[in-house]
Design a protein around this ligand. Sequence first.
Ligand SMILES: C[S@@+](CC[C@H](N)C(=O)[O-])C[C@H]1O[C@@H](n2cnc3c(N)ncnc32)[C@H](O)[C@@H]1O
Length: 215
Amino acid sequence: MELLADDVLEASPVVANRAMNRERRLAGRDGYARVLGFDVLAFLRPGARWLDLCCGSGRALLDAAAARPDLDVTGVDLVGFFAASGPVRFETASITTWAPAGEFDLVTCVHGLHYVGDKLGALLRAASWLARDGVFAANFDVAGVRLPDGAPAARRVLPALREAGFTYDGRARRIRREGPFDGALPFRYLGADDRAGPNYTGQPAVHSCYEPSPL
Ligand SMILES: C[S@@+](CC[C@H](N)C(=O)[O-])C[C@H]1O[C@@H](n2cnc3c(N)ncnc32)[C@H](O)[C@@H]1O
């Protein structure tokens, strides 16, 4: 397995392709509520801050801002195909290097981690940006996390994630955490494989390779 550094991965057609679905809305059959398993607007109290990682066109964020002008909404995506600007702050950046100012009541990542190189690092970064009672919720397929020989790392990674306070729903392939986390995980990121083929979504995804590493 040839492993790519994140800058090479992020230029790869699997990650930066134009055909990817970046148009998801907040509600509806394939909307954020359904994919995340909860109603974002019902969760967010007045004036709350919502950060959406790998936000695509940002349509779901624009829907939220239109329905709830009280919210402070930020979207980050590697590719700046944002539908409009206006009430949503959009940033063109990789979530593996971008850092926000301040903390968030909700951090989400809808079908974005499948394309990220250092997935575990991204989980830690997202959790570190949470307010005291903030929530992180994302689609996450642990099968995309691999050991150096290419074998699935789930049996090692899931207990470590649990220990760090993340809950993983293996059936829905969703990960969640409540409250901020500033710790580490006992793995060292080695690089990514953009030739892993389709994952459970049916779309080509990225495998992320780690070696166990004491904390
Ligand atoms: C399948 S799309 C989902 C977009 C949006 N969340 C939605 O559901 O409509 C995945 C998105 O992840 C973005 N992405 C991939 N790797 C990224 C990275 N390292 N940092 C930020 N965004 C990334 C892609 O550009 C793409 O817009």
